[in-house]
Design a protein around this ligand. Structure first.
Ligand SMILES: NC(=O)c1ccc[n+]([C@@H]2O[C@H](COP(=O)([O-])OP(=O)(O)OC[C@H]3O[C@@H](n4cnc5c(N)ncnc54)[C@H](OP(=O)(O)O)[C@@H]3O)[C@@H](O)[C@H]2O)c1
Length: 294
């Protein structure tokens, strides 16, 4: 029996990942740490805590994920997303643990115009993307069999996400303005959790792109949320990104090519629209137990 440690266990992905790991690795002990147990910004403590636990696998889903917040607070973004990853990697080295790091489509600038491959050159447009890319470099430099899983546009039960934001706005307004010029693949944290388990089981190493199938703009995503949720009295209006005037720039097109994941695991994630229907069905059933504020 081995130990699998998830860091960032109380986050949106972490809370779906833990139960999935328990199903996929029934013979292993699955442990979850978050801010209460560890602060990955602290180098010495992080290394020592990991060494004391001596896990075989560490999955780092802890991050400073507020993209505009990162732009305003660059130092903190690098402390958590880059240096935090470095400290975990150094701890992992002490016990020979495999490291799995969740990264982002925001390492790309969106100018390719066709789905991104793992070997395409990154070029982040914002601090969040830069700090996550530096985290990737630490995994590559400091660990032997490191696994980097880039994903995008997450939604799930337990976190602040676009689906909750649209449902909330629909309760307050009759017209909502949504960006039409950013294209990506909405990804359900439950599906992603299964994908992470599959890659770990297949002993995946290096970079993998993982997202639900298909792609859309935020505007089309919002339209589908409203329609699948049966909300008809609210109109979504398409706007350009610049009209929002947000601190962080975002790629206009960050769709992934997921052929490497398919080749390695033998399957691909279902289309995002199916995943969204499932998620909304769960909300309707009342099985969404609040989680963190959205
Ligand atoms: N959300 C997306 O759309 C998206 C897209 C692409 C990639 N990703 C990546 O996927 C992973 C999971 O994202 P998520 O949306 O689940 O993130 P999340 O909900 O923000 O969860 C991150 C967790 O990490 C914790 N954390 C923050 N700083 C920490 C520190 N110094 N030490 C220990 N724990 C700390 C947070 O605690 P507090 O809440 O108390 O700060 C939170 O519980 C991240 O690596 C993220 O970069 C996310």
């Amino acid at each position: 029996m081995g130990k699998i440690l998830v860091i960032g266990a109380q986050g949106m992905l972490g809370r779906d990942l833990l139960p999935e790991l328990r199903v996929s690795f029934p013979d292993d002990e699955i442990l979850g740490w978050d801010m209460e147990e560890i602060d990955i910004r602290m180098e010495k403590e992080t290394i020592e805590q990991i060494e004391a636990l001596y896990p075989q696998i560490i999955i780092n889903v802890a991050a400073y994920t507020d993209v505009d917040g990162c732009e305003r607070n660059e130092e903190e973004a690098f402390r958590v997303n880059a240096e935090g990853m470095k400290h975990i990697a150094l701890g992992a080295r002490r016990c020979g643990a495999k490291v799995v790091y969740l990264s982002t489509d925001y390492v790309f600038d969106g100018k390719k115009g066709e789905p991104y491959l793992e070997e395409d050159s990154p070029h982040p447009l914002n601090i969040y993307g830069e700090s996550k890319l530096k985290g990737e470099h630490y995994v590559q430099e400091l660990t032997k069999e490191g696994l980097i899983i880039r994903t995008q546009w997450l939604f799930g039960k337990y976190g602040k996400n676009f689906v909750y934001a649209i449902l909330k706005q629909a309760q307050e307004k009759e017209v909502i303005s949504i960006v039409k010029d950013q294209i990506g693949s909405p990804t359900y944290t439950r599906d992603l959790s299964k994908a992470i388990c599959a890659l770990v089981q297949k002993r995946g190493q290096g970079i993998f792109h993982v997202a639900n199938g298909g792609f859309c703009s935020w505007f089309v995503f919002a339209q589908k949320i409203l329609s699948y949720a049966g909300i008809h009295g609210v109109k979504a209006i398409p706007i350009a990104s610049e009209e929002l005037d947000r601190p962080a720039r975002r790629p206009s097109y960050s769709v992934f090519n997921t052929a490497k994941f398919l080749k390695t695991t033998g399957w691909n994630l279902r289309p995002w629209s199916e995943a969204l229907k499932d998620f909304l069905f769960e909300i309707e059933r009342g099985s969404i137990p609040g989680g963190k504020e959205s």
